[in-house]
Design a protein. Structure first.
Length: 220
């Protein structure tokens, strides 16, 4: 099964993708994580994209498309993948259609997480992840069970993203509405779009996603 999780910054895409990865044995492909890894490695790509990410703008389509085209062909994607943060523009969606056709792959479902803009700043401002395993948390909505210790791996170091501040979030939201929201009619027109209320708690959203996936699997 191959899925897209679509939604504004802080909607819960990564949180739900991590859960689906375990439950349905799918591979999470987060373009944001890939770009941050490139920045951290000090590669040429990393230095090319760092300023763009810090300003909350979108990285050029050709860079992103090349990254994903290579990634979906790796063996760990053979059981299916979850695209988290890609596509983010109509040209990226068109390039995805092309690469899926070339690899004889199909998109089963596009799930939109609908969250009010007003709730997103609080979500993003409280976000942190485990430095060792990448598990995602939130200061108030999803704290670690033991203070300062990762639930998944016992790690004690955590990361907060430089771009998770109120000012950059405003720019990222603007980019979402202007450049990414046109993907909703794009996929709705193909009958692959399902929208889920992302305002509920993490478990409630997870249950709604599972219901949508059951429908996708049975082709209804
Ligand atoms: P995205 O990948 O869409 O940017 P994340 O999954 O990283 O979003 O979620 C942003 C923050 O909000 C994280 O700190 C996460 O723990 C928290 N979060 C995710 N889903 C919910 C939810 N349904 N209710 C409350 N907080 C949530
Ligand atoms: P979030 O889900 O919280 O919005 P991501 O981790 O998906 O954040 O993305 C962080 C940043 O990386 C974006 O603001 C953008 O600069 C860049 N980025 C990630 N994915 C894409 C993409 N598909 N196209 C263009 N830029 C991207
Ligand atoms: Zn961890």
């Amino acid at each position: 099964m191959n899925l897209i999780l679509l939604g504004p910054p802080g909607a819960g895409k990564g949180t739900q993708a991590q859960r689906l990865e375990e439950k349905h044995n799918l591979k999470q492909l987060s373009t944001g994580d890939m770009l941050r890894a490139a920045v951290a490695s000090g590669s040429e790509l990393g230095s090319q994209v760092k300023g763009i990410i810090d300003r909350g703008e979108l990285v050029p389509d050709d860079i992103i498309v090349e990254m994903i085209a290579e990634r979906i062909q790796r063996p760990d994607c053979a059981g299916g993948f979850i695209l988290d943060g890609f596509p983010r523009t109509v040209p990226q969606a068109e390039a995805l259609d092309e690469m899926l056709a070339q690899n004889d792959l199909k998109l089963d479902c596009v799930i939109e997480l609908k969250v009010d803009d007003g709730a997103l700043v609080a979500r993003v401002s409280g976000r942190f992840t485990c430095a060792a395993c990448g598990a995602g948390y939130h200061d108030t909505n999803k704290p670690t069970k033991r203070a300062g210790v990762c639930d998944s791996c016992g790690g004690k170091e955590f990361i907060r993203r430089d771009d998770d501040n109120a000012e950059t979030v405003a720019a990222r939201l603007e980019a979402y509405h202007r450049q990414t929201a046109p993907l909703l009619p794009y996929y709705d027109g193909r009958g692959t779009l399902s929208s889920v209320d992302g305002m509920g708690g993490i478990e409630q959203v997870a249950a709604e996603i599972d219901a949508v996936l059951n429908k996708c699997k049975t082709g209804g």
